[in-house]
Ligand binder design. Sequence first.
Ligand code: 13P
Ligand code: SF4
Length: 346
Amino acid sequence: MTSTSTTTSGTRSNHMREISQRALQALPAAEWAAIEPVVAEIEQLKRDRNAVVLAHNYMTPDIFHTVADVGGDSLALAQAGARTDANVIVMAGVHFMAETAKILSPDRTVLIPDLRAGCSLASSITATDIKLLRDKHPGVPVVTYVNTTADVKAASDICCTSANVVAVVESLGVPRVLLLPDRYLAANVAEQTDVEIIAWEPGACEVHERFTGAQMRELRAIHGADLAIVAHPECPTDVTAEADFVGSTSAMGNWIGANPKRRIALITECSMADNLAADHPDTTWVRSCNLCPHMKRITLMGIRDALAHERHAVEVDAAVISGARRALDAMLAVGRRENVPSRGAV
Ligand code: 13P
Ligand code: SF4
């Protein structure tokens, strides 16, 4: 063995040691022992293919705390997708996130481990709907949440995420905007700005729309003043009205870091609390979460197979890319309007 290969294998075992330390803060030792071989396989495949794994905050801890090179909210993943110099991006998230990475890095191969990982918001609206809305509201700019298909982005003026939606809406300097497709996000934004918000009634997140204000009041009655309710803005307004903090997935994590509470009800997808629990061992998590069936389609084995067989590559039509890129670049120019670091960097 040459000294270079000794150094390389030493670097690799240091890297696996770091992953192991992180994993053991988030997973039972027996679970880590069971998944360590597949994690090592994925790390080798990442080196072989010059690949990065971008993981949304809703990924399970066996992904989020092991193979993820970047972990964060939709905006962090879009920003990472725009600046990576890796040849291959594996999106451990849902399809619109992979499409966003492809639009921002069209020369890279973008893989999604399971093509069925969709989103109820993305499937609620089409580019034809946008055209009809523009006809109905002439001259009113269209702001679309990134939880949309590439076609819908291309038909829009500017995109937004939950981390910058109010700033994006106000950046346009107009009295009214169409804010699509999440009617609950639109209702929450309408409470924070003087800009008139026109919403799209069919759009809702199937995970967040199930929370109710009555559930929040019940949680308070059970747990008392000790409890902090932290909610995502895709929740109905009677839920967010009861919350101590409302923000993007990364902003919720940041707020919890800055406001240590013994009891937290994280009103969002279930893996979010599982991922944060590693960093907040003294917090009691009041489990009142809902699972996203689309996010849960992404597994470690799926990531391994995507890298091993270069499947499933996400393609976006060149004509659509240029329109969608314009809307995404306009959003990226506004940037994040919350002070939230993501984990990792590319
Ligand atoms: P964030 O952009 O806040 O991570 O939200 C994405 C999402 O899909 C929430 O349901
Ligand atoms: Fe879509 Fe809701 Fe799942 Fe997020 S949690 S991916 S908005 S269905």
